[in-house]
Design a protein around this ligand. Structure first.
Ligand SMILES: Cc1ncc(COP(=O)(O)O)c(C=O)c1O
Length: 363
């Protein structure tokens, strides 16, 4: 399929999905496996849907090597609802939690948590516009904190934790909305991981929560039932109607990732794509990346020309040749290429080629 029919979409999310998954889903749209009904129209309590859901969960567990003492929940409400659910459920003893602030989403998570307990900023990179990941040691966190929260990949500022912070015996919570399944993670380092689906996994509408079982059951009794993780853990994410179609597509994406070499294989592809793009930025005299080299994201490549008009011209001309959504986040401006799992290598090649051409024409 050529660039005109299907653009290379660099959107930060919702974003590209694997073409094969979309085409397969399209072929099953009106009648799934000959059943005469679409997955969209299927009862979530049906045997057929249960098979879809069970397979999605099993494949995610397999892909991420999620230990058996962790529950996988498929919820609604986006990453944003997790900003509230995490403190509502995990402020279980001292009611203290420590946050590392590495970007706008981390700040939003922190601001929301402050409504529920004694929440502090343990470290922040706001002093330099979130262009780096602050170094921490376990002594930087309060010894009685109920948890430490990090945003593993910073979608807007384009940074990423290149190692898991040492929090000692404390419970580590990570927002992996914009990097889940792009790298191998040792889940046992975390008490809870959450991720909205709409970047690496599926259309918007579903949030994955991976939670260690001993963290369940601490929500205050006034907590709305939907916001208590236990409601979902006890019912295999069927407390109420789950986001059925999004879970189905997520399941298809999980199968697809398994087919192409699992998370390890995916990571290698992501690394190759990101290296190519960062090398192009480094090699150019027009574009620069503000993020400290060792903290750069493989998923969200942020760069600028230093001239707002030139940035806009770049976005507009790129769009004309099918390289779409390259505008930086409205809060920071500049340019951003989100190159999630489903972005083909050819998309990055086309972008690099366009960057060179643009630079030579706009010297
Ligand atoms: C890292 C991160 N966390 C949370 C969110 C918020 O997600 P949602 O819009 O699904 O609530 C986003 C959205 O882009 C994000 O990038």
């Amino acid at each position: 399929m050529g660039i005109k029919e299907r653009a290379f979409n660099f959107s930060a999310g919702p974003s590209m999905l694997p073409l094969k998954v979309l085409e397969d889903a399209a072929s099953q749209m009106t009648s799934f496996n000959g059943l005469g009904e679409s997955v969209m129209e299927m009862s979530h309590r049906s045997k057929e849907y249960k098979e879809i859901m069970d397979a999605a969960e099993a494949n995610l567990r397999d892909l991420m090597k999620i230990p058996s003492n962790y529950k996988i929940l498929f919820l609604q409400g986006g990453g944003t609802l997790q900003f509230s659910m995490v403190p509502l459920n995990l402020l279980r003893n001292s009611k203290k939690a420590d946050y590392i602030i590495t970007g706008s989403w981390a700040k939003k998570a922190y601001t929301e948590a402050k409504k529920f307990g004694d929440i502090i900023v343990a470290a922040s990179s706001e002093d330099d516009n979130f262009t780096y990941i602050p170094k921490t040691k376990k002594e930087d966190f309060r010894a009685d904190a109920d948890y430490v929260h990090i945003t593993y990949n910073n979608t807007i500022s384009g940074s990423h934790f290149n190692s898991v912070p040492d929090v000692g015996e404390l419970t580590l919570v990570a927002d992996m909305s914009s990097c889940i399944l792009s790298e191998e993670i040792d889940v046992s380092n975390f008490g809870l991981i959450y991720a909205g689906a709409q970047k690496n996994v599926a259309p918007a509408g579903m949030t994955m929560v991976i939670i260690r079982e001993d963290l369940l059951g601490f929500a205050d009794e006034k907590t709305p039932v939907y916001l208590d993780y236990k409601s979902h853990a006890d019912t295999a994410s069927m407390y109420n109607t789950p986001p059925c179609y999004t879970i189905y597509i997520a399941g298809e994406v999980f199968k697809y990732i398994k087919e192409i070499g699992g998370v390890k294989g995916m990571h290698q592809r992501d690394l190759d794509k990101a290296n190519k793009l960062y090398d192009a930025i480094e090699g150019s005299s027009m574009f620069t990346c503000p993020v400290k080299k060792e903290d750069r994201s493989l998923m969200n490549v942020v760069f600028v020309t230093g001239d707002k008009e030139l940035d806009s011209k770049f976005v507009a001309e790129a769009k004309e040749i099918g390289l779409i959504n390259l505008k930086g986040h409205r809060s920071v401006g500049g340019l951003r290429a989100s190159i999630y799992n489903a972005m083909p290598a050819e998309g990055v090649d086309a972008l690099v080629e366009f960057m060179k051409k643009f630079e030579s024409e706009n010297k």
